[in-house]
Design a protein around this ligand. Sequence first.
Ligand code: NOJ
Length: 563
Amino acid sequence: MRGQNSLPARAERPWWRDAVTYQIYIRSFADSNGDGKGDIEGIRSRLPYLKKLGVDAIWITPWYPSPQKDHGYDVADYMDIEPDYGILAGAERLIKETHDHGMRILVDIVPNHSSDLHEWFQDALKSAPGSPERDRYWFKEGKGEHGELPPNNWRSVFGGPAWERVIEADGQPGQWYLHLFAVEQPDFNWENKEVHDYFKDVLKFWLNRGVDGFRIDVAHGMVKLHGLPDIVAPDPKSEMLAPENRPFWDQDGVHEIYREWRKILDSYPDNRMAVAEAWVSPSSRIARYLRPDELMNSFNFEFLSSPWKPDELKKMINHSLEALAEVGAPSSWVFNNHDVVRSVDRFDLGLIAGSGTTTLERQGDEKKFNIVRGTQRARAGALLMLALPGGAYVYQGEELALPEARDIPEDRLTDPRWSMSGQTDRGRDGCRVPMPWTKDSSGAFGFSNDPALTPEDAWLPQSSSWGSFSVEVQDGDPASTLTMYRRALAIRRNESGLGDGPMTWIDSEPLVLAFSRLGNFACYVNFGEPIDLPEGSEVLLSSGPLVGRKIPTDTALWLRLSK
Ligand code: NOJ
């Protein structure tokens, strides 16, 4: 038996132990005003869709004023709304209406860095070296005779050095500032108390407006090893999935921040929560973020980074459940988000999410990509994920089995990874192309209310095939991926053994993952040759058609076992 054992019944335990949360990449979800960018009114108009899908909560990627150098993860003002996306009153309406639809709502908080247009950074640029304004960020003197070399050897996650030199008031090059991401994303100095106080106010600002919690961006990155020492390693590259001994990832000090934040969350009613985007490994390091006085969820990136191989998936599942049981936390499974190649492509090509700095490593070889097999695997993976103990995060378009968009012309790529990698990495735009809602291409396949908007006019151009994946085409089709997700979420809601709680592995052939949950529920995922259905079992849901009483390759089944 694995997972959490003696838990209160689902209705009695906090919602975040079981929830399925839908990630809305706001720029690409629904456009209400015909400017080719998604917005808050667009989300409001699609709340009935989300309700029908059956998710428990939504998470909205950053919606704050931003110059959009990293599509909102460069925040210029944490307590307002990006004009392209709407106004604060609209955000408040959305929060209320999400609740009226019986769902919760999370917002994204970006505490590792701000935009260079944030008032504090602008003040810092205008202030002298050593001033309190500069101390809110990491300003340092350079090395070399004239300070012409960066203060240390850290590299940006997006490519190139992690330091940028500024021009001082005398017109001469002066100090350098740290940016672990784009040049326009200066890192905050969390050794400064003002930064702590500021973010506490930001949390309260949104909690007072009724949000149910936060997704914390780069949650393992805010605290840097004191003194900012060089990385002692042959290759100082900064991948998000932390190689050990990086002086800016997973430092002990981050946990103190989360203890402060937990007190704030707990001071509000109705189980407010936070989920960490902490690319740390192994699971025992993730568990540290989920100690009882810290955060509630942390994305399970080890699972997201597993290839489509039963032994590896099983190993990850076991490690995660064991590590999180130690701290009494639920697991938060995730197969897709706005940073990784979509699972339809990944599971077919054997790619590992998060790795790679060239287009081939990131997106794989298009000529080898088999979309039929990739879709089968992504669907089977979804039923696996939704049957495991804990909660799950679903990224918009996953419920349509959207593939990665591989045909965005180079001159339309917008991800800073493209330019900062010297144009060797196409970056993440391929998983961020606007949602197709209708079969017909007008209004960019229904993404926009304005029928005159074409697929090329959307902020990222949509593929000509996009309409075939649309909600309209899949709605009501019993074989569609959308229908499968709706059914899975409906079953999950009524099946008290699903969500958090114990699971037991069932002995099976090496290329099969099989486990049971309370209530004689079982999930079988077949990675090998067709196998027989367990005797006397009743099929509740299948990710693909069965062949007689056999489970085909790359197919998952939800079953009621005979006693
Ligand atoms: C993680 C976010 O998911 C990603 O989109 C962003 O570029 C980095 N953090 C920097 O904020």
